[in-house]
Design a protein around this ligand. Sequence first.
Ligand SMILES: Cc1cc2nc3c(=O)[nH]c(=O)nc-3n(C[C@H](O)[C@H](O)[C@H](O)COP(=O)(O)OP(=O)(O)OC[C@H]3O[C@@H](n4cnc5c(N)ncnc54)[C@H](O)[C@@H]3O)c2cc1C
Length: 270
Amino acid sequence: MHQLMVVKQNRPIAGQVFELVLEGDTRDITMPGQFVNISLPGFFLRRPISVCDWQENELKLIYKVVGKGTDYMSSLKTGTELDILSGLGHGFDVSLSGDAPLLVGGGVGTPPMYGLAKRLVLQGKSVNVILGFASSKDAFYVEEFDALNELYDFGCEGFEGSRPEVKVFTATVDGSLGTKGFVTDCLKEIPRYSHYYACGPIPMLKALKAAVNSRFNEASDDVKISGELSLEERMGCGFGACVGCSVMTAAGTKKVCSDGPVFDAALLFD
Ligand SMILES: Cc1cc2nc3c(=O)[nH]c(=O)nc-3n(C[C@H](O)[C@H](O)[C@H](O)COP(=O)(O)OP(=O)(O)OC[C@H]3O[C@@H](n4cnc5c(N)ncnc54)[C@H](O)[C@@H]3O)c2cc1C
């Protein structure tokens, strides 16, 4: 859980958004959608950041500079050692995906969807991905998601079934990239989905859940599309000891850091 990791690369990838690659033990990370909590010198509270992707001895994070802590992170140089709590929280359950999973990421909610998409593709699943940003200058990882189409040949030698496909849809509020509007405006382009996964701002998650529900209600009252939503609430300790990140759900009060950040969509926003 407690790791020292070393900065391998820290580079800007969009307006105020950075990709941070760390070297160190990643064995505590077991599910996409988990997060790490980073201690920064001079800052009392750790800063939680979702796992974007991981492999043996390498962790990839993407963060947006929004305040003093993330601003400090943007100045981290290669070789800097960081004190990290790794493998925190309950992530996305890949076993629930069904045959046509839909992945939705909004802004800096996009990073955990990348690690999730990669693991679904490696299981042979075709995925539809919707990415939402304010503008093209804020967009990142669109090409990286698209490149997952090439992953399967390398990742799964000997597989003889059909090759999984990754279709990426992009929405920007100002229309400078992809569909003009919100992630929900891309839903109509996707004929069917078996389970949806999403991470992004709360208004996006609420709108997405409502749009998915109204769509299946039109089709048939009996069909329910299940989903999982990741909440990136402000938090204190990051491992369940304080109650700084409690949220109300249909199953009672839950802590985002240890019960989540990923929750069954049916428990939220009703
Ligand atoms: C489980 C989890 C996963 C996260 N994953 C990512 C990620 O992958 N990439 C990323 O860029 N950010 C992520 N965040 C948000 C990130 O932790 C905050 O942006 C960061 O801690 C802000 O630190 P700061 O010192 O720069 O800002 P502060 O000075 O603490 O705050 C500056 C501004 O940021 C806002 N802010 C602070 N924390 C949050 C938060 N949790 N959610 C929304 N707004 C916040 C404040 O309201 C304020 O307006 C995640 C948060 C959680 C809880």
